[in-house]
Design a protein around this ligand. Structure first.
Ligand SMILES: Cc1ncc(COP(=O)(O)O)c(C=O)c1O
Length: 437
């Protein structure tokens, strides 16, 4: 495709965008279980209007746009207050992955100045942490040392202790981890870090703007934030359960001294003195303004209402799943994200059967399971989800036909002992995507 020789007028152009998205996932009717967080069109309108006011602004230069710097500082402060540290230091980033990348870079550079003997730094990661840590390892030259999770799908702190070597700089726990929605034993992990004088990052990308409300509503939530001694940094995404526009996360530190290791300064560029807090150069103003606006607009009362609705809906879906004899909710999910598996049916075939009914469930592995992330968008659809799950289980129960569709692919890839072959398959797949256009 080439840029058209003659520009196309706005009306037909926007109509072609509407045509293009007609077959995309129907998130407004609860058909997706991750990817989109929607708290209603009234909230969307506030986000949209705030975003559009700052559509063209660039937070790269805080001197040119002091209002964006103020919003960023205030979002970070609001997150810190929510997460047990009123005088927190931090930055906003484009999302959870960038926040994690920054936290690992900070740990690496902290170790360079405080533990200069370490030449090959390592971080200890329960296998359930988000792949962004693997990405950070890859980009930053920090070795990822993986440790198992226990029967309840939580990080095994004893295994983490055994994995610490003289090269370890960072221990990581999740609150909660994405795959099973359970909070790791943060107090144990952070105590270990304190004892060994290591840094400890809590990835609360998905839980940071949800668990505090869940706790306030009276549900059991283990300690997971800066109130736990030894936790030195956290990531918390406003664009997940903060219901902000995409492109908004916080990376938070116990001290300014620690945050300093995140920054990059370059004094010798002919283009001028350059300082950058995070991975991005140009930083879109829209997500920062919208994040600030939605926190102000919803307030504690709005977030408590949304958290209650998400929890009630998630519990209803989980209870319904538990009532289907073939299915099992895995572990004891702390909030509104969870996984279920089955000893009786092929869950990948089940996911394909749900796909045919319009529901997009994420497939997981080790062991095979399906994932749900519940938000208020699902509240009106609980009965429908459960009825379709029951029908889909009946459809795939006792099926002796060879698996087809994604079930066959997942089954085959899951069984391959050589994971480098699977990595190669993933890379091939990514390469093949743009060939279609
Ligand atoms: C626990 C956790 N950490 C990190 C991330 C990465 O966030 P993002 O997709 O915004 O980069 C996710 C995304 O789902 C997550 O669930």
């Amino acid at each position: 495709m080439r840029i058209p020789a003659k520009g196309i007028a706005k009306t037909p152009l926007l109509a072609s965008l509407d045509d293009a998205r007609a077959k995309d996932a129907d998130w407004r009717n609860g058909r997706t279980f991750s990817l989109v967080y929607w708290a209603g069109d009234d909230v969307l309108e506030v986000l949209h209007d705030a975003f559009m006011k700052y559509f063209s602004e660039n937070a790269l230069n805080p001197l040119a746009f002091p209002s964006l710097k103020r919003f960023e500082s205030e979002v970070v402060a609001m997150a810190g207050n929510l997460l047990g540290h009123p005088s927190v230091a931090g930055s906003m980033t484009s999302g959870g992955s960038e926040s994690i990348l920054m936290a690992v870079k900070t740990a690496r550079d902290w170790a360079r100045s405080h533990r200069p003997n370490i030449k090959e730094p390592e971080m200890v990661l329960p296998i359930s942490v988000h792949p962004a840590f693997q990405k950070a390892a890859h980009y930053l030259g920090v070795k990822a040392v993986h440790t198992p999770i226990d029967a309840g799908f939580r990080a095994d702190a004893a295994a983490m202790k055994s994995a610490i070597t003289d090269n370890t700089i960072l221990l990581v726990g999740s609150a909660p981890a994405y795959p099973h929605g359970v909070v790791d034993p943060i107090t144990e992990i952070a105590t270990l870090a304190l004892d060994r004088e290591l840094l400890c990052h809590v990835d609360a990308c998905v839980g940071g703007f949800m668990l505090p409300w869940v706790k306030k509503l009276g549900y059991a939530v283990p300690d997971f934030d800066f109130s736990v001694p030894g936790v030195t940094s956290m990531s918390a995404d406003v664009h997940k359960y903060g219901f902000a526009a995409k492109g908004a996360s916080c990376v938070l530190y116990r001290s300014r001294e620690l945050r300093r290791h995140q920054y990059v300064a370059y004094a010798d560029w002919p283009g001028g003195l350059y300082g950058s807090p995070s991975a991005a150069g140009t930083r879109p103003g829209g997500p920062i303004a919208a994040a600030w606006a939605v926190l102000q607009h919803l307030g504690e009362d709005g977030y408590l209402r949304i958290a209650q609705q998400s929890m009630t809906t998630a519990r209803a879906v989980m209870d319904g799943i538990r009532a289907i004899p073939e299915l099992r909710v895995m572990g004891e999910p702390t909030m509104s994200i969870f996984a279920f598996d089955s000893a009786a049916v092929d869950v990948y075939a089940l996911a394909d059967a749900m796909d045919r009914r319009g529901w997009h469930l994420d497939r997981q592995q080790k062991p095979p399971s399906l994932h749900m992330m519940i938000t208020p968008a699902h509240a009106p659809h609980v009965a429908e989800i459960l009825a379709d799950l029951e029908k889909s289980v009946a459809e795939v129960r006792g099926s002796t036909a060879a698996s087809a569709g994604s079930a066959a692919m997942y089954g085959m890839l899951g069984a391959l002992p050589d994971r480098s072959q699977v990595n190669e398959f993933i890379l091939e797949f990514m390469d093949s995507l743009d060939a279609k256009s």
